[in-house]
Design a protein around this ligand. Structure first.
Ligand SMILES: O=C(CO)[C@@H](O)[C@H](O)COP(=O)(O)O
Ligand SMILES: [Co+2]
Length: 219
């Protein structure tokens, strides 16, 4: 299981520094939480920021769109240099069309579900996604507590992937820290987003080493 730090909890007055901290640790993924103040209460940043930081790094940009009607906003995020764009099942009635559009731009596509949405709601599109993002908190804020029962969805998604020969990665987002990372790894996630636990760590290299040690012990 790999770690994907989210810049949501970094100091927004120095985003460039946060990106280079993740880059310098040799991590493969950077998670970018886009919030529109409508699908979720908070507003974070848009495609302009993603485009600007794209110039400084080759790290995989894992863009998590928490926006209403993502179909109206996709072009800018495609153009900004996103590598993976994940949209919420709950944010659009045209989920299939949105995923098709991302794929046809040559970008990996992901689908996310909030804690109250069951896996059954995304069964019809699982054959076309590169990533499934399981929210283990209600989206909108960093620093919340992981909802354990959401990890059952990870197990469910692994079973479906094996049975149907699908290829998506399973990512877990929300409340992943030193106390919960083993539960996430044991459930079988391929990726774990870590926001506040990463950015609030004084020594980020030590934090990543500790997380990786814990992950290794349960794989
Ligand atoms: O999408 C979100 C929140 O809506 C996440 O990506 C958070 O950024 C994770 O933060 P922590 O729970 O790790 O603090
Ligand atoms: Co996120």
């Amino acid at each position: 299981m790999k770690l994907a730090p989210s810049i949501l909890s970094c100091n927004f007055s120095n985003v460039a520094k946060a990106v280079s901290q993740v880059d310098e640790l040799g991590l493969e993924y950077l998670h970018l939480d886009v919030m529109d103040g409508s699908f979720v209460p908070e507003i974070t940043f848009g495609a302009k920021l993603i485009k600007d930081i794209r110039r400084n790094t080759n790290i995989t940009f894992d863009v998590h769109l928490m926006v209403e009607r993502p179909e109206d906003k996709l072009d800018a995020f495609i153009e900004a240099g996103s590598d993976i764009i994940t949209v919420h099942q709950e944010s659009t009635i045209h989920l299939h069309r949105v995923l098709q559009k991302i794929k046809s731009a040559g970008i990996k596509c992901g689908v996310s579900i909030v804690p109250s949405t069951p896996v059954s709601m995304i069964l019809p599109i699982l054959d076309m996604v590169d990533l499934v993002l399981i929210m283990t908190v209600n989206p909108g804020y960093g620093g919340q507590k992981l909802i354990q029962s959401c990890l059952d969805k990870v197990v469910e998604l692994r079973d479906i992937r094996e049975k149907e020969d699908y290829t998506y990665l399973i990512s877990v987002d929300g409340g992943v820290n030193l106390s919960t990372v083993q539960d996430v790894a044991t459930a079988g996630a391929d990726l774990a987003v870590t926001g506040s636990a990463f950015f609030l760590s004084e020594d980020k290299a030590e934090f990543v080493n500790k997380m990786n040690d814990l992950i290794r012990k349960c794989q």
